[in-house]
Design a protein around this ligand. Structure first.
Ligand code: ATP
Length: 233
């Protein structure tokens, strides 16, 4: 499989502090990869660097082109969708309007994409006219995912989509991520809960203190490597 996303030797930080140190990884078209690591390992920084929200050095290629010089909005237009940590929806706007404002310029494309999101998340279809603040936490997370899908991404970056949700709602969000992946969108999923991430991702990359300490099919990652990534033992 040729890589959709390819990162080589990525370094990024905040002022003097290095948060990513020579990170290399790739994601193939349609592949779901879990990005695992403890609090502070650098998962969020990596996703932000892919979007150009945090300055980074190193090689960064997406869909055959160099992402490095491109502004964030151009990266998004090239096909990178991003769901940041926390649920980013416009609470006072209806569910449908939340999707519409995130959509493509042509009304016909937008209408099609709203229907696609509603097919993926039937709960949202039922509440399409409700204000977003009326949704449950899990439904808001689904709306946040739906908004990212409105740009027709080839790669979806998800930052801890289950954070703060009850186990039941987290399961629902992960089931939705599974459906998105099954529809052919590549997903890079940052998650602290390895057990949960591995329900949807056949492959995982482990980050520890800004470095990749493991990368491979889930079955090939030993308990030792997983323990090291999370607890440093
Ligand atoms: P979390 O689950 O807490 O989001 P993470 O794996 O996503 O963890 P990052 O948020 O990427 O980790 O943090 C990596 C390192 O960068 C940490 O040492 C963190 O303290 C530092 N860091 C993150 N954001 C900033 C910031 N805005 N300014 C300074 N340092 C930061």
């Amino acid at each position: 499989m040729s890589a959709l996303l390819s990162i080589r030797g990525m370094t990024a930080g905040y002022g003097g502090a290095t948060a990513l140190n020579g990170v290399s990884l790739s994601v193939a078209a349609g592949e779901t990869v879990a990005l695992l690591g403890a609090n502070g390992a650098g998962k969020s920084t990596l996703l932000k660097a892919l979007l150009g929200l945090v300055p980074a050095q190193g090689e960064l290629r997406f869909d055959g082109g160099d992402l490095g010089p491109l502004a964030t909005e151009v990266r998004v237009r090239r096909g990178i969708g991003y769901v940041p940590e926390g649920r980013r929806v416009f609470p006072g706007m209806s569910v449908r309007d939340n999707l519409e404002v995130a959509g493509l310029p042509a009304a016909r494309d937008r209408a099609q994409d709203v229907e696609r999101v509603f097919a993926l998340f039937p709960d949202l279809a039922v509440k399409s006219r409700d204000s977003a603040w009326r949704l449950s936490g899990g439904q808001q997370q689904m709306l946040s995912l739906g908004r990212a899908l409105m740009g027709r991404p080839h790669l979806l970056l998800l930052d801890e989509p289950s954070l703060g949700l009850s186990p039941k709602l987290a399961d629902e969000v992960f089931a939705a991520v599974g459906r998105i992946a099954a529809a052919g969108t590549a997903v890079l999923l940052a998650e602290q809960s390895a057990a949960r991430a591995l329900t949807v991702a056949p492959r995982a990359v482990l980050l520890r203190l800004g470095r990749v300490v493991g990368d491979g099919p889930v079955a090939s990652l030993s308990d030792k490597v997983l323990r090291e990534a999370f607890f440093g033992v």
